[in-house]
Structures are given as structure tokens and as C-alpha cells.
Design a protein around this ligand. Structure first.
Ligand code: MSP
Length: 512
């Protein structure tokens, strides 16, 4: 089995502070990266920042500072977001890094040698906000289809022969079943490729100098998207050569607004160079704020730092990942967050942990009681089997990026545990049938042990607290600070008389 996993986020423009959209894309990758590590994969998780282009240049001008000052200051906020959201990326690439610049210039030369680039003249519309070119017929009421302002540009420019790749792109995207997901988004790309005639892509700018110089012609800088997309490979090339180990990427997670750049441009660049294509591009949806599109001009952006300081990292992570079907748009309201956390983490999972562990602590001398396996009932065996098989179910879901469904699996198990506690009523068994009470508590401890292991990728801090409370030790395939999934499929791993620590509340209720 291929046990490496290379996952990337888009690299973020540094014209502004991070908002909920940036936090969301990286969070999704972090969830998957942590999950894959627990599943024994050698994971490489890359994120970073997109620092060139007209958008950054203009913002810096407006602020009266240099582009370098702007990016060096804003990159710190993105690095702070990593700490604040507890992201576990293995590398952070900046497009102003020397390693990136050298690589992009090398790529340019390669494309030039292969005759994929030529010098011509560009005239057309350009939207700085999107860093994208548009044709006259794409404009809607004089603006880009995204609503961005456009400006007319006429300049000498290098072009990439995108039009040569239309057939190949169509074939790859049609043939590779899961190259682009979700299906709806894949179909959008296919319909572009079937209906539109791809034009060659302008890939240099000469009026604006904030970019990587074109090798051999420093009147031009390289178009920001060509430069940016190659971060996915430049980061693997140095400081250590990780390319052979990790390329092709297993997953590029992006937002739906930048699918065209990835599915069409990026794929075409890769094909032109004769490199293996990434295995999958997944385009997620957008977050709205109380039903409204988030935008700076509307003043309704959602600040991830403010959310973390009000609710804590784990609750923000849990809400963002569980509240929307990954791929669909989401709608943030404070009420939704509070309700979801209270009903799922507090009332369901937290309550199960609390009632079982406090009962064991008080009534079994703080030790996991011994079970009488010869007397296990059908209900006992069913619940245990549901718990031991959760990792398999979650693995299948993570591999199709059905992220919220992974969390639903944990909640379902929590629910089943709670129903079982109610049915078995260990508090009544205490007097009448202590032997049976011990079996019931043992089975529930196993369920809670597996819930603790399963919660690690989504709420790492709370899961760590729970693991300490259960005094869980790693039994096999141990890595620092986590209990891998191989321990969750292990039957009856809790030893009888295993000592637990005094129960603490893991999930505190949020005030409405
Ligand atoms: N720099 C380019 C990406 C280059 S990748 C080689 C870029 N940067 S961005 O900062 O504008 O956006 C980065 C990501 O944030 C995109 O995936 C985008 O979809 C995502 N989001 C921006 N606003 C969003 C929401 N309101 N909701 C969810 N994600 C959104 O594009």
C-alpha cells in the first residue's frame, strides 16, 4: 500500500488579515493530515502565502508602504493563525522565498525549451481582485463575473499555449473518476472544456514589477498564478529534496472560486512539463455570514482569532468541520455554533464520558472493572463491534473528503453509548447484579477509549485531555503525543483494573 500522503492548502494572498475562509481551508487539510498520520501514513502537509501580483502591489501603494513591508507584516498574522487554530503543517512556503523564486524561473526555462511559451501582445480585461483575465463577453454589467472591477490592459506579454491542451485536459478529467471532486464541480469544469475554446494564457506582466522576473527578459515579471501554483512543487524541492518521496500530491484542497486555476491551468502546466498530475483536487464551498456573502466592504468578515478567543480552538475547529457538508456552502451564525457544540460535544459525547467515568471512579475504585465475557449479550457485542469498526468507516469517508460525515460517525457512536447506558442502567445493577454492572462499565469504557482516539484529528486538545484522564497508553505504532488508529481496532485493549485519573469535564457548556 502507498503509505505517503501529500496534502496542500492554497497559498493565501497577503493583502489582508486572515479570515474565516482561510482558516477553513487550512483546517480541512489539518483534519485530514492528522487523520492520515494516525492511520500510519507518512504525511507531508504544506501551506503558505502568495506574495506577488498586482493586488498586493496596489494594497501596499494605498497603505503607503512597500510590498515587501506589507507581506513581511501580514505573513506574521497567517503564522499566528497556525498557532491559534492548532494547525500541524510540516512546511510553510512563501512565494518570496529564494527556493521558490529559483524554482519558478527554472520551470519557466523548461516550458520555454518545450516551446510551451511564446512572446506576443495581450489586450483585454484584467481583474486585480481575482488576478484573472476576462474577455469582453465574460463581463457582466462592465464587471468580472465574480463582481470584481476590471481594467483594460494592452501590453507585450508572454503566453502559455493553453489552447494546445484542451483535448488532453478533457480526457484526463473525464477519465480520472475522482481527479476533481465534488462531482458537481467536476461537471462545471467539464462543461467549460466542452463548450469554450481555451485561449492561450498571458503569463507575464510588464507594467507592474512586483513579481518574479522572467529569466532573460527582466522587463517582464511572471504572472502571479503561474508563480503561485508551482509552490506545490517548489516546496518539495528544497531545502530537502522531498519531490521523489511525495510528488504527485495526493490532495490539493481549494475553495470553489479557484477551481478553474487548478483544474485547467495547473493541470495544463503539469502536462506541458511531462510531470505526473496530482491525484485529486477537492473544491470546497464558501462560508456566508448569517446568509450574506462575506466581504470587507460589507464589513461582515468573520475573524478567526475572535472566534477562538470566544469559544476556544477545539470548538471552532469542531463547528467549522461538522456544520457543513464538505463541498457545500456554510452559514455562520453564533447560535448555530453554540447549539451544535452544546448538543453534540457537551450533551452527547461529553455527557457519556462524564456519567460513565465518574461512576467508575466512584464505584470501582477508579479502575476499569473486569468484564464477564462469557455472559456478553447481543447488545454488548453489537455496541463493541460498532466501536471497533468506526475507524474503517471513518477511513472510507476521509478518502472521499466527506469530512463532516467522519464527525457524524463519532457522534453516532456517542449516541449509541448513551442509549446503552440508559438501557443497562448500571446504577441499578450496582445492588442487584454487580457482576453485570462491571461488564456494562467495561464495554462503555472501551467505547469511550475509541471515541477518545477518534476525536484526536478534530479536537486535538480535548482529545489529549481525555486520553490523560483515561490514562491511555499507546500500545503499538506509537508516535509522539498521539494514539494511532491501530490501537482503536484492537479488541479489549483496556486491561482490567487499569487505573484512570479523576474525571474532569472535557467539554464545557457554552452559554447561549
Ligand atoms: N492566492 C490564491 C490561491 C493560490 S493557490 C496556488 C488565493 N488566495 S486567497 O487568499 O484569496 O484565498 C485562499 C482560499 O480561501 C481560497 O481557497 C478561497 O476559496 C478561500 N476562501 C476565501 N473566502 C472564503 C469564504 N468566505 N469561505 C470559504 N473559503 C473562502 O485565492
Amino acid at each position: 500500500m502507498d503509505k505517503k500522503y501529500y496534502i496542500t492548502t492554497p497559498i493565501y494572498y497577503l493583502n489582508d488579515s486572515p479570515h474565516i475562509g482561510h482558516a477553513y481551508t487550512t483546517l480541512a487539510c489539518d483534519f485530514i493530515a492528522r487523520f492520515k498520520r494516525l492511520d500510519g501514513f507518512d504525511v507531508h502537509f504544506l501551506t503558505g502565502t502568495d506574495e506577488y501580483g498586482q493586488k498586493i502591489y496596489k494594497t501596499a501603494n494605498t497603505l503607503g508602504i512597500t510590498p515587501t513591508e506589507l507581506v513581511n507584516s501580514n505573513v506574521l498574522k497567517f503564522k499566528e493563525l497556525i498557532k491559534s487554530m492548532n494547525f500541524s503543517n510540516d512546511d510553510f512556503i512563501r512565494t518570496t522565498d529564494e527556493r521558490h523564486i529559483t524554482f519558478v524561473q527554472h520551470i519557466w526555462e523548461e516550458l520555454y525549451k518545450k516551446d510551451a511559451i511564446y512572446l506576443g501582445k495581450y489586450s483585454g480585461w484584467y481583474a486585480v481582485r481575482d488576478e484573472a483575465f476576462y474577455t469582453e463577453d465574460e463581463l457582466v454589467d462592465g464587471k468580472a463575473p465574480t463582481g470584481a472591477d476590471v481594467e483594460w490592459i494592452e501590453e507585450e506579454s508572454y503566453f502559455f499555449r493553453l489552447s494546445n491542451f484542451q483535448e488532453q485536459l478533457l480526457k484526463v478529467i473525464e477519465d480520472e473518476e475522482n481527479f476533481i471532486l465534488p462531482k458537481g464541480k467536476k461537471n462545471e469544469v467539464l462543461s467549460i472544456l466542452r463548450k469554450e475554446k481555451l485561449r492561450d494564457l498571458s503569463i507575464s506582466r510588464s507594467r507592474m514589477q512586483w513579481g518574479i522576473p522572467v529569466p532573460g527578459d527582466d522587463k517582464h515579471v511572471i504572472y502571479v498564478w503561474l508563480d503561485a501554483l508551482f509552490n506545490y512543487i517548489s516546496a518539495l524541492k528544497s531545502p530537502k529534496n522531498l519531490y521523489d518521496k511525495y510528488w504527485p500530491a495526493d490532495l490539493h484542497v481549494i475553495g470553489k472560486d479557484i477551481l478553474r486555476f487548478h483544474a485547467i491551468y495547473w493541470s495544463a502546466f503539469i502536462i506541458a512539463l511531462g510531470l505526473p498530475l496530482p491525484k485529486r483536487i477537492f473544491a470546497h464551498g464558501w462560508w456566508l455570514n448569517d446568509g450574506h456573502k462575506i466581504s470587507k466592504s460589507l464589513g461582515n468578515t468573520i475573524d478567526p482569532f475572535a472566534l477562538v478567543s470566544e469559544f476556544g480552538t477545539d470548538y471552532v475547529r469542531y463547528f467549522l468541520m461538522s456544520d457543513v457538508v464538505f463541498g457545500n456552502d456554510g452559514n455562520y451564525t453564533r447560535d448555530r455554533l453554540v447549539t451544535r457544540i452544546n448538543s453534540e460535544l457537551v450533551n452527547n459525547i461529553g455527557n457519556l464520558i462524564q456519567r460513565v467515568m465518574s461512576f467508575i471512579y466512584k464505584n470501582c475504585d477508579g479502575k476499569i472493572p473486569a468484564a464477564d465475557k462469557s455472559k456478553f449479550t447481543t447488545e454488548d457485542i453489537e455496541l463493541l463491534n460498532r466501536a471497533y469498526s468506526i475507524v474503517d468507516r471513518m477511513k472510507r469517508l476521509i478518502d472521499i473528503q466527506d469530512l463532516n460525515a467522519v464527525i457524524e460517525e463519532i457522534c453516532k457512536l456517542g449516541n449509541e453509548g448513551n442509549v446503552y447506558v440508559d438501557q443497562q442502567a448500571p446504577w441499578s445493577l450496582k445492588k442487584n447484579d454487580p457482576n453485570r454492572m462491571r461488564s456494562v462499565l467495561y464495554i462503555l469504557s472501551e467505547v469511550i477509549r475509541i471515541i477518545a482516539i477518534s476525536l484526536q484529528p478534530i479536537v486535538p486538545n480535548s482529545a489529549a485531555k481525555l486520553i490523560t484522564m483515561l490514562n491511555l497508553q499507546c500500545n503499538n505504532n506509537c508516535t509522539e503525543n498521539m494514539i494511532p488508529f491501530s490501537n482503536a481496532t484492537e479488541f479489549e485493549a483496556f486491561k482490567y483494573e487499569h487505573k484512570i485519573n479523576e474525571p474532569q469535564i472535557i467539554f464545557n457548556r457554552l452559554i447561549v
